[in-house]
Design a protein around this ligand. Sequence first.
Ligand code: SAH
Ligand code: SF4
Length: 371
Amino acid sequence: MTGQVSKLFRKKENLHRTSGSEIVKKDIKSMYQEELEGMLAGMGEPRFRAAQIFRWLHSGVKSFDEMTNISKDLRRKLIENCYISQAGIEKKLISAYDYTVKYLFSFNDGETVESVLMKYHHGYTSCISTQAGCKMGCTFCATGKGGFSRNLTASEMLSQIQAAQADNNIRISNVVLMGMGEPLDNFDNVVRFLRLVGDENGLNIGMRHISLSTCGIVPRIYELADMKLQITLSVSLHAPNDEIRSRTMPINRKYDITQLLKACKYYTDKTSRRISFEYAMIDGINDSDACAAELGRRLRGIIAHVNLIPVNSVEETGYKKSKKDRIRRFTEILAQAGITATVRRTLGSDINASCGQLRRQTIKENSAKEV
Ligand code: SAH
Ligand code: SF4
C-alpha cells in the first residue's frame, strides 16, 4: 500500500476482524453453496439452510438480520463467524450525455476501486475492478501509475454489481472485467467470482455475457482456455511489435508478442471463441501506417476482432489521442489485411477520467486534507 493510500484508509475500521481478538471472520459471500453447506453442517444446521443463505447473500442483503427466514439463533452464529462484504458509494459521477455512471466504491476495510455502469441497447453492463490498483505499470494507464494496493475478493467483485443494481433499481445483464487491476494476476478470486456470478441461485449472469480483459499473462491464458468457460477474452495488445509494446507495457518483457499470440491461438482453438484485441491509439507512438500493416500481419490466422480506442490522456503521461484521419487510415489498412476493426464508442466521455483517475484524484485530495 502506498503512503497516500494508507493515510486515507487507516482511519477506517477493519470489519473483517472480531473486535479485541485476532479471529478473522469468514467472507461468506465469496463461498460456494457447497462450502456454505459444509460450514453450516459444522454448526449442526440442515443443508437447505445453505441454499436459503446463498440466495439472500446474492440478492444483495447487507446484514444477517435481513435474512427473515433464518432463526435468530443461527443469525447470531453467522454474525459471530462471518461478515458480508459490501461496496459503499464513496463518489458517483453521472454523464450528462448518456446513461453512464462512474462509481468510486469503498469496501469494508475502506479500500476503494472504480466501477462503471453503462447502458447499451441490449441492457446494462457493469465494468468492474478486480484489484485495488495494479502491478503491471502500463505507461498510458492511470491505474498503473497509482501502484498496487491489494487483490479484491470474489465477493467484492460481486458487490460492485449488486451496488450498481440497487442504486439504479435495474438488473445488470453483462459484466466486463475491465476496471482497475489485472484479472489474471488475481486468478483464483476471479475464477471464483465467475462461478458465483453465473450461479442460477445467484446473479445468474451467463459466461457468454462476461468479458475479461488482460494485458497478457501468458500461463494464465492457457489455464483459462483449459477451463473452457465460454467468456470473451479481450487482450490489451496496444502495439504491433515488441519494441513499442515493451516500452509501453512492461509485461511484454516477460511474455513477448509471439508467446502472447500463441496463447491466444490456443484459447480460440480450445474455446472456439473469437478474441478481441484492444488497441489504444496513441498519437505518434503506435498509429502509423507501418504499425497497421505489421498488426495485420501478426494477427493473420487468429479469429480476432480489433477494438481501436483513442487513448484517454492521463495526467503525467503526455500521450495524446490519434487524429480521426489517422484512425480511419489505420482501420482501412487492417481491413485490407482481412482484420475487422471498430473504433470503440466512448460512453460517458464527460466523466471519462480514464479508469484509475477518480481514485487517484480522491486519494490526492484526501492526503492533501490530512497534511
Ligand atoms: N488490466 C487489464 C484490464 C483492465 S484495463 C488490461 O490491461 O487489459 C482495461 C482496458 O483499458 C485495457 O485494454 C487497457 O489497456 C485500457 N486502458 C488503460 N488505460 C487506458 C487509456 N489511458 N486509454 C485507453 N485505454 C486504456
Ligand atoms: Fe494494469 Fe491493465 Fe492498467 Fe496495464 S492497462 S496497468 S494491466 S490495469
